[in-house]
Ligand binder design. Structure first.
Ligand SMILES: NC(=O)c1ccc[n+]([C@@H]2O[C@H](COP(=O)([O-])OP(=O)(O)OC[C@H]3O[C@@H](n4cnc5c(N)ncnc54)[C@H](O)[C@@H]3O)[C@@H](O)[C@H]2O)c1
Length: 256
């Protein structure tokens, strides 16, 4: 499958590395970025094309993986779906705008295209989807990150709560940091309760999920190593995108 990449930062870098290490079953054929140098650098490594426009990216891709920004999702995903091209969206926070989500859903249906949202930097989304077939009572997420990942400087060891509220608000206030709350909310059908803490005592980005429902109870903790290129982004996010790309061409598919 020919995959085009929109956004050539830390996630795209990891995908290129996986391709060079023979861990990706798809071809990375075309790269697009607002900063053309970022696209050129990555395209060179895998002998791919650089797109100068979204139209060019669409022309050279069977599926487009967005790993750019919420703005890129709002600005370009409708056009990509209209062309009948499937998309994987990493900047999932954009989909907590219910009007926007409904709009791209209807464009995708009309044009026979599919929108994939990877699990990203958390654990257990397959369980959340299964749990939703019963009743889900509550969904909460506590995210702890080193202060630098949240643009904070804290002296001493005392943690600071930066946000407490619903996921739909968290993705607006922290658009680059809390995509996982969006994935959790979309999978569960509930606007999750979110707490974001800058914690000087930790090194990893840590996501703690609590869900209660008729299925029982789920508690997960994911402690993620940050990407070397972007402390806001966990390595697992890129791993998850790569795993989804591979899954699309696998004969035996494990997990829902
Ligand atoms: N779903 C998840 O669990 C998850 C986890 C981590 C990061 N993310 C999100 O994935 C996205 C990419 O993360 P990253 O760490 O690779 O970011 P990054 O900042 O390292 O790279 C982003 C790249 O996209 C480019 N870009 C920005 N806006 C663009 C646009 N409108 N069109 C084209 N290119 C554009 C930038 O120039 C940059 O090169 C971010 O939105 C991030 O919040 C999602």
């Amino acid at each position: 499958m020919k995959v085009g990449i929109m956004g050539c930062g830390s996630i795209a870098n990891t995908l290129v590395r996986f391709k060079l290490e023979d861990k990706l079953n798809v071809d990375l054929t075309c790269f697009y970025d607002l900063n053309i140098d970022n696209a050129t650098k990555l395209a060179k490594k895998v002998n791919a094309q650089v797109a100068n426009s979204i139209e060019e990216l669409i022309k050279n891709s069977e599926l487009i993986l967005e790993c750019a920004s919420q703005g890129a999702v709002r600005g370009s995903i409708p056009q990509i779906l209209k062309s009948g091209t499937n998309v994987i969206i990493m900047s999932v926070g954009a989909l907590l705008d219910t009007d926007f989500k409904a709009n791209i859903e209807s464009i995708a249906k009309e044009n026979n295209s599919t929108i994939y949202l990877p699990t990203g930097a958390i654990t257990g989304i397959d369980t959340v989807k299964a749990a939703r077939l019963g009743e889900i009572e509550s969904v909460s997420l506590i995210t702890r990150k080193p202060p630098i990942s949240l643009g904070q400087e804290i002296e001493g060891d005392t943690e600071k709560v930066l946000f407490e509220g619903k996921a739909s608000e968290a993705v607006k206030e922290f658009p680059k940091n809390i995509n996982v709350s969006s994935t959790l909310s979309l999978a569960s059908g509930i606007d999750a309760d979110v707490k974001i803490i800058a914690d000087p005592k930790i090194e990893n980005n840590t996501h703690e999920v609590h869900i209660k429902g008729t299925f029982g109870e789920l508690v997960t903790i994911t402690s993620n190593v940050s990407s070397p290129d972007n402390p806001k982004t966990s390595m697992l996010a890129a791993f998850s995108a790569a795993s989804l790309l591979n899954k699309l061409s696998e004969t035996i598919q494990v997990g829902s």
